[in-house]
Design a protein around this ligand. Structure first.
Ligand code: FES
Length: 185
């Protein structure tokens, strides 16, 4: 047999072997996918878990100057019914020297882009420094929330005014479902 014929046979052998390897690899991949699928399927949220991804809040029992804390997706959220003085202070300071500049009206925007209501402020209750829960302290320097962990001070719009927190308290995504109820998430 000539060298050329030997090379041709060797080439065919190689091609057949490659095909067998590829076919075996493909079968293994299908097998692995079939094995993994039930696990992936299990990881999809069940209907009852999806339901918990939103939280409905009845505002009718929250009086002016009161704040309630509700849980949304396992995290605390402040729902604050602001007084006229708190609203006035928040709007007045729209033009103050802010670390994280944002107008009060922007912080009230609903998730659907509609304006919010000045008396209702919906904030994630987590200090943007290291995640402690701030406390609303009437008469504090900026009239809003104070974080006891390292002394961050937020105003009545939840904007950071002093201390190590790098940005304003995050606004929770919400919409008004009726005049007196909101859905968070
Ligand atoms: S966690 Fe709030 S100031 Fe550090």
């Amino acid at each position: 047999m000539s060298a050329a014929t030997n090379q041709a046979h060797a080439g065919e052998e190689g091609t057949r072997r490659d095909f067998i390897y590829i076919a075996a690899g493909a079968a293994a991949a299908v097998g692995a996918a079939a094995t993994i699928w039930p696990f992936i399927d299990q990881m999809n949220p069940a209907a009852d878990t999806l339901a918990l991804s939103t939280t409905e809040v009845d505002l009718s029992a929250v009086v002016v100057g009161q704040q309630i804390k509700v849980m949304w997706q396992g995290k605390p959220v402040f729902v604050r019914h602001r007084t006229a003085a708190e609203i006035a202070a928040a709007q007045r300071d729209d033009y103050a020297n802010l670390k994280d500049p944002q107008h009060d009206a922007e912080r009230l925007l609903q998730e659907n882009g509609q304006p919010g209501k000045a008396e209702w402020l919906i904030l994630q209750a987590s200090c943007t420094h290291l995640g402690c829960v701030p406390t609303f302290v009437t008469g504090s320097s900026y009239g809003g929330w104070f974080c006891p962990c390292h002394g961050s001070d937020y105003d009545t719009s939840g904007r950071i005014r002093r201390g190590p927190a790098p940005r304003n308290l995050d606004v929770a995504p919400y919409v008004f479902v009726t005049d007196t109820s909101i859905r968070i998430g």
